[in-house]
Design a protein around this ligand. Structure first.
Ligand code: MRU
Length: 347
């Protein structure tokens, strides 16, 4: 298949005996690759945000499990399964909101339960498949999402949902890539995405590199942008979607959705079905990660807040389904999401 244009970035590399990750904490200043040999290193890399973004976390975990099984089988003899289960529990605790992590762990458990033949080889093939299928899903979502955007579209995105946050191509950013390639979009705006700056550090880096012009805005400028610049769609990814369509995504997504509804701007969520958690009926059940206050109190590793000030730092929020016009998945589009519409994807 011809490789789509505007798609040069990959941030996860499996080397057969190790996992290489592009260290996203150092972008855009430095392009540094880390080589991980153990599942403990993989858990730390997820916790510390060397790799981030829900699908990328799931893929990284899948390769981490391959490393765990190999090591436990070499060192723990007949008790290797208990050792692997400990590793899986540790991995699961590395970040709480993105359900793709649990999805990968459950996929590996199912494979291990059916352990026949060469389990290590089958697990490695499965992990490679998780990576490849994510890229294929993103390309499909790119087509489906781009088809919703009328020619001349002006879009706003939040956080980073591109190749860095996935196996490649991206979810919301994949839709923007596809729409740009198809000539449907004339302006791309990206929120800087305080406090971690995924928008200005990562989304801008990817888009500039792939020749897609991007204009950054302060998160607080989003409503004014919608009022004055003819925004047609806000397009975001998701870390977990509840059965009714309520969507957890990067902090600030919810207020962008409220502003979009007020201004008649449509709101699109783009996520693979591995991000949908049917065990949770609505958004109130989604665990929201809180991170250290220093992320809010500082910028670029330097404290900027007045000494003595403290911070409250939830890093995700939940956008109610009623504010979402379309959820785009690799299995199809759910318009005006509801439990019924989401369930249709799984029939
Ligand atoms: O804290 P992060 O950077 O892992 O948060 C990432 C997001 O919120 C993304 O929007 C989401 O994972 C979708 S990525 C395709």
């Amino acid at each position: 298949m011809e490789s789509p244009r505007h798609d040069s970035v990959r941030a996860i590399r499996w080397c057969g005996d190790a996992l290489e990750l592009l260290d996203q904490r150092q972008l855009p200043d430095h392009e540094v690759w880390l080589r991980l040999h153990t599942v403990a290193e993989v858990s730390d890399a997820i916790r510390d945000m060397v790799v981030r973004g829900a699908p990328a976390i799931g893929i990284t975990a899948a390769f981490g499990i391959v490393l765990a099984v190999r090591r436990r089988r070499a060192s723990d003899g007949g008790a290797w399964r208990e050792g692997v289960e400990e590793d899986l529990q540790h991995l699961l605790r590395s970040r709480p909101t993105a359900v793709n992590l649990r999805w990968a762990i459950e996929g590996a458990r199912a494979l291990l339960d059916r352990a026949e033949g060469d389990i290590e080889e089958r697990l490695e093939r499965w992990a490679r498949g998780v990576h490849d299928e994510d890229i294929a899903a993103n390309r499909r979502m790119g087509e489906l999402g781009a088809a919703l955007i009328e020619k001349g579209g002006v879009v706003l995105t939040h956080c980073n949902t591109g190749s860095l946050a996935t196996g490649g191509y991206g979810t919301a950013l994949g839709v923007i890539r596809s729409a740009w390639s198809a000539g449907r979009v004339r302006r791309v705006f990206a929120d800087e995405t305080r406090p971690w700056l995924q928008g200005s550090r990562l989304t801008a880096w990817e888009l500039v590199r792939d020749g897609i012009p991007v204009e950054l805005i302060a998160d607080g400028a989003a409503a004014h942008l919608m009022r004055t610049e003819g925004v047609s769609w806000v397009i975001v990814g998701a870390d977990r979607i509840a059965a009714n369509g309520d969507t957890a995504n990067k902090i600030g997504t919810y207020q962008a959705a409220i502003a979009a509804r007020h201004h008649g701007v449509r709101f699109m969520v783009v996520a693979p079905t591995s991000t949908i958690d049917l065990t949770i009926a609505g958004g109130d059940g989604i665990p929201i990660e809180k991170r250290g206050g220093e992320e809010v109190l500082g910028c670029g590793g330097r404290r900027v807040a007045a000494e003595g000030a403290e911070a409250w730092n939830p890093v995700f929020d939940v956008t109610p389904a009623e504010l979402i016009d379309a959820i785009v998945t690799e299995r199809g589009v759910v318009e005006r999401p509801s439990t019924e519409g989401i369930m249709r994807l799984f029939r």
